[in-house]
Design a binder for this molecule. Structure first.
Ligand code: CDP
Ligand code: MG
Length: 660
């Protein structure tokens, strides 16, 4: 009896999935789409967010037989989208995730021999093209979310254009949620554009009368006002970054109100653990309103049904190359008009909606750009340069980019690769550079791994690099801050955050990789498991590349020197403060330990600049390992690293490098 009812409920579920699929706007044009793809190698597909491009196109191609001679690949600029969409499509097809439908993101491959439909980040496909330049495993590639113009997507554009000209059996589909698709079409040689007729409802747009000083405060206030108004429908709030997505503040405010109806506040951002991410797609219990607080991840790459209200703070975080510090910094910027329109569109998917913009109409008209500047024109290109060089692209300035990066960016990135020893004076890849490409890491991290083999501390550096590749190892629960800080202090190695990481990993290992141990020490078990996985993947590459794995035991000075060999260009010298930086913050200072020189892993820009993950280094190491920046001056008895030390931060010297 029980079996029967389970079977029929399973049937009901299947039926409803089929119905859902057939209700999507793309379903009405399924056959036309398949025809145009049959007749053309490259097609641009334009459709509003939620029309079914990401979840349906792959399945249509599968149903039309394309998976009989290769996989159908679909790239996403964001990891979250790749994972969540793959999960959804595996449910629609009725198979386990990782079998017929799988996904791959950096350090996580959830595919198998059986996989026919593969969702992945654009970075993954880019790296696959290194191993297999014609992408022979694929019969079709969908480059999804092309309007986002992510760095990797832009590079793939140039590469895939060539692949399609060599492989007549490969289909390339480029999808976009916006209408400015003519540019895509002409880039690929006047290929056809297919428009999916939309099904959207009107959205009332309400601008703020005056500029808001505190967007978090304003957004919370607006959301609660909607909640208490009695109007039905879920709320979606757009915030610039993860740290603004403090959902608790909404609950606190709600508690202050009497008789407020129940509200489920759900955050979504790219670093959120995936089980929590999945929550935004689940239906809230009856009578409970959902309030999703998101970064621009919910702008086009994730569709949540049932949103009637959008609250738009008007900002997003962008990675932008900062010439003053010579590296990329994630900073908060006003969104573009295109972003604003996408955001408001989220309110009109299932019925008429409202969008509250927390900025003035005049700011929208006069201060916002029409579209965001593509990433390729604003970020460091070191990784791209390395990749293209190893693909044999000699003259990067001649590579076919849809929007070429500013020459200065390109030269700057080449300069950085030169100081790391991956390009020679003529701009050609060195053996070190060739080896660096093998690692899915930032150039300085790969360099650190490579140097560590010569310095006989590769096993230790491997752990440090793995720890640095996983965000948020420690946590600091509200109300237990002091306790967790004390526990954390036990791991601290005064002269180095990097060594502190090594210490944490070693102790975890000595405790049999125990999760209880993690909990006791305010360490995320999941993050540590991930570190272990990353370590094992990087180790495989090292073994493959015949790199020695040796530990230096307890001689940790060698490790600091090795870190210095890859990060000497990110150094600071103590004056009253560390020169070049306004407000340094790291574990060293809390302990009253102030070395003369330090190197940092990264800079974080908020309202101030912070160095993150810092290690004390010897001034003479800087001179020895970064001779293009530093020299040792003899002043009386004391030896000092000379004044030219940090000048490079302001004016990169790149006259030494040949431009190619
Ligand atoms: O790519 P596009 O924005 O055109 O649409 P899509 O991502 O294929 O989404 C189509 C529909 O699939 C959405 O309206 C959602 O109802 C559903 N979907 C879902 O339930 N769970 C996901 N993880 C993704 C999509
Ligand atoms: Mg999509």
């Amino acid at each position: 009896m029980k079996e029967k009812s389970e079977a029929s409920s399973e049937f009901a579920k299947k039926k409803s999935i089929l119905e859902q699929r057939q209700y999507l706007p793309i379903f009405a044009v399924r056959q036309q789409l398949l025809n145009i793809i049959r007749d053309n190698s490259i097609v641009i597909v334009v459709g509003e967010t939620g029309s079914g491009k990401t979840t349906q196109l792959t399945q249509y191609l599968h149903e039309d037989g394309y998976t009989s001679y290769g996989m159908v690949g679909c790239t996403q600029p964001r990891r979250v989208a790749a994972m969540s969409v793959a999960k959804r499509v595996s449910e629609e097809i009725g198979s386990n995730l990782g079998e017929e439908v799988g996904y791959a993101i950096r350090f996580e491959d959830c595919t198998s021999e059986k996989t026919l439909i593969k969702y992945m980040t654009d970075g993954i496909l880019l790296r696959e093209s290194l191993r297999e330049s014609d992408l022979d495993h694929y019969s079709a590639v969908i480059m999804d979310e092309a309007h986002e113009r992510s760095l990797n997507t832009d590079v793939l554009f140039g590469l895939l254009r060539e692949v399609v000209s060599r492989r007549t059996d490969l289909k390339l589909i480029v999808t976009s949620a916006t209408m400015d698709s003519d540019k895509f079409a002409s880039f690929f040689g006047n290929v056809p554009i297919f428009n999916i007729p939309g099904r959207t409802f009107p959205v009332d747009i309400l601008f703020s009368k005056t500029p808001q000083e505190d967007y978090v405060e304003a957004a919370v206030k607006q959301a609660l006002q909607i909640h208490l108004s009695g109007m039905m429908g879920d709320i979606l709030i757009f915030m610039p970054g993860q740290e603004d997505i403090e959902c608790k503040i909404i609950y606190y405010r709600l508690e202050d109100l009497e008789n407020a109806p129940p509200l489920a506040v759900l955050p979504i951002y790219s670093q959120l653990p995936s089980d929590l991410q999945a929550k935004i797609f689940q239906k809230a219990p009856d009578g409970v309103r959902k309030c999703i607080v998101a970064t621009n991840i919910a702008e086009t790459s994730l569709t949540v049904d049932g949103i009637m209200f959008v609250v738009d703070a008007g900002y997003c975080k962008l990675k932008v190359f900062n010439p003053r510090i010579g590296m990329d910094a994630l900073q908060v910027y006003p969104i573009s008009q295109a972003n604003a329109n996408q955001r408001s569109g989220r309110a009109g998917r299932t019925g008429p909606g409202q969008c509250y913009r927390l900025y003035t109409q005049s700011a929208y008209k006069n201060e916002m750009l029409t579209t965001t500047i593509p990433e390729i024109q604003r970020t460091n290109l070191a990784n791209v340069v390395l990749l293209l060089k190893s693909l044999g692209v000699q003259d990067l300035l001649l590579f076919h980019f849809m929007d070429p990066p500013p020459e200065d960016n390109m030269l700057n990135s080449m300069y950085q690769l030169w100081i790391l020893g991956s390009l020679d004076n003529t701009g050609a890849l060195t053996p070190t550079g060739r080896l660096m490409v093998e690692f899915p890491l930032d150039p300085a991290l790969s360099k650190m791994l490579i140097v560590s083999c010569d310095m006989a501390c590769s096993a230790d550096i491997l752990i440090i690099v793995s720890m640095l590749s996983v965000p948020a190892i420690f946590y600091r629960p509200k109300g237990r801050e002091e306790e967790s800080d004390q526990v954390r202090e036990k791991f601290s190695v005064p002269e180095s955050d990097h060594l502190t990481y090594l210490n944490v990993y070693m102790q975890w290992k000595n405790n049999n990789y125990s999760s209880i141990w993690c909990n006791e020490h305010f360490i995320h078990t999941k993050a540590m498991r991930k570190v272990r996985e990353v370590r094992s993947q990087l180790k495989d590459i090292m073994v493959q590349q015949k790199m020695n794995l040796v530990s230096c035991g307890s001689d940790w000075d060698i490790i600091r020197k090795c870190i210095c060999a890859a990060y000497f260009h990110q150094a600071a010298k103590l004056k009253h403060n560390y020169r070049g930086l306004k407000y340094p913050l790291c574990s060293l200072f809390g302990m009253g330990y102030t070395p003369d020189y330090i190197i940092y892993h990264e800079l974080v820009m908020t309202t101030k600049e912070y160095m993150q993950c810092v290690t004390a280094v010897d001034g003479e190491w800087l001179a020895e390992l970064g001779p293009m920046f530093y020299s040792v001056k003899q002043a009386g008895k004391s030896r000092q690293v000379s004044k030219n030390d940090l000048d490079h931060l302001n004016s990169p010297k790149r006259s030494n490098i040949g431009v190619q």
